[in-house]
Design a binder for this molecule. Structure first.
Ligand SMILES: Cc1cc2nc3c(=O)[nH]c(=O)nc-3n(C[C@H](O)[C@H](O)[C@H](O)COP(=O)(O)O)c2cc1C
Length: 139
């Protein structure tokens, strides 16, 4: 799903299985007047992008982000990492040179996640402005 707004220099990208990240991303997109882009939409079968990350990779391949300078990402933590769609996006090279903010939601099992995301971002030479972790149990 892509909703365009005229002259937007930013995009809010999200992956969501049960709706929380969709809600946060929609709110951020409306507030900032950034385009809203859903990464890898679909049903619960997307959970198989954990063992078969080529599924997420092919969804990311179709994505065009050239016109954006600012990107805000919303994703759940899955198996201690950002969802496979977001991990593949980070590895894809499509975020190079963007001003990047990453927001991750979780259910408490995230001890090493922030450190891992920092390493992932660094090893892909990305410029990151912030990483925010949100524990949904406290929401
Ligand atoms: C396949 C799967 C793996 C998950 N792994 C973790 C995890 O490792 N740590 C954690 O705290 N929460 C984990 N969760 C919970 C999700 O992070 C939480 O439900 C999510 O942030 C909700 O976002 P959404 O409503 O946008 O899908 C997992 C959920 C799913 C479906």
């Amino acid at each position: 799903m892509i909703i365009f707004s005229a002259m937007s220099k930013g995009a809010v990208l999200f992956f969501s299985m049960t709706g929380n990240n969709k809600r946060f991303a929609s709110k951020a997109s409306a507030e900032k007047k950034y385009d809203l882009i859903e990464l890898f939409p679909g049903n619960f079968l997307r959970v198989f992008s954990i063992p078969f990350n080529s599924l997420a990779r092919s969804a990311i391949k179709k994505l065009s982000l050239e016109k954006y300078s600012d990107i805000i990402i919303y994703s759940p933590v899955w198996a201690g990492k950002p969802s496979p769609a977001v991990t593949e996006l980070i590895k894809s090279g499509k975020l190079k040179g963007k001003r990047l903010r990453i927001n991750l939601t979780h259910m408490g099992g995230n001890d090493c996640t922030e450190k891992e995301v920092n390493l992932l971002v660094k090893s892909n030479s990305l410029r990151i402005l912030s990483i925010k972790m949100t524990d949904l149990r406290k929401k």
